[in-house]
Design a protein around this ligand. Structure first.
Ligand SMILES: Nc1nc2c(c(=O)[nH]1)N[C@H]1C(S)=C(S)[C@@H](COP(=O)(O)O)O[C@H]1N2
Ligand SMILES: [Mo]
Length: 201
């Protein structure tokens, strides 16, 4: 069990659940338009400065879950590999490389965009994208790729798994109602953009 599970957070694996994943042997390759392509091992990631974002993951399927997402800033990872000025997009690949999604370098380097390994102080389990997943509070959840194994810096955009199936490329969160998982699925209205409305409650 975990906090995310206790809250009844839906588990999405469009490509099928990956099963058990080995945290201690996890590797994330960062490559593409950078000076020093690099493989980050699990122990590298947890030795890097940890950022905690108290923020919401909000799905286009209209649920939203808030907690303290902990991990490494994507900005810190890009700095570590020496991202080039020509890199404009960041592509994330999930384990088994069926699911991918891309965002701008601009959003990737924002303060609360993380390669997350924790939620409320617990390591993420496989259901929720452990050992490490992208967490982007600013955009619809389909940009927050789970169980990430590869990050590619690119000068052009490529539509990902869900974008090819009709979800928008920019994933801008649109006003409407969401089920707030922190409130037992209570239906609440959200405005346009990042869901920060229920953070102070
Ligand atoms: N690999 C992978 N990552 C994924 C998905 C998926 O199907 N496969 N679903 C996305 C969608 S649509 C959302 S809303 C969030 C949901 O995260 P959760 O399953 O941890 O609740 O993960 C995103 N990342
Ligand atoms: Mo979603």
């Amino acid at each position: 069990m975990s906090k995310l599970k206790d809250l009844g957070t839906p588990v999405f694996w469009a490509e099928g659940h990956p099963g058990r994943l080995d945290r201690d042997r996890w590797e994330v390759e960062v490559t593409g338009l950078c000076k020093n392509a690099k493989i980050f091992h699990w122990h590298d990631l947890i030795s890097m400065p940890k950022t905690i974002a108290d923020a919401r993951l909000t799905s286009v399927t209209r649920f939203s879950v808030r907690g303290k997402w902990g991990g490494v800033r994507i900005a810190d990872m890009l700095e570590a590999v020496g991202v080039l000025d020509t890199a404009k997009y960041v592509r994330f690949w999930s384990t088994r490389k069926v699911y991918d999604t891309s965002i701008t370098v601009d959003v990737a380097t924002r303060e609360r965009t993380l390669l997350a390994y924790e939620f409320d102080g617990e390591y993420l389990e496989e259901d929720y994208g452990g050992p490490v997943r992208v967490f982007i509070p600013y955009l619809w959840g389909y940009k927050s790729a789970k169980s990430v194994v590869k990050i590619v810096l690119m000068d052009h955009y490529v539509p990902g798994f869900w974008e090819q199936r009709g979800y928008t490329d920019d994933a801008h969160i649109e006003a409407g109602n969401v089920r707030d998982m922190n409130e037992g699925g209570r239906i609440r209205p959200i405005p346009d953009g990042e869901v920060i409305r229920f953070l102070d409650e």
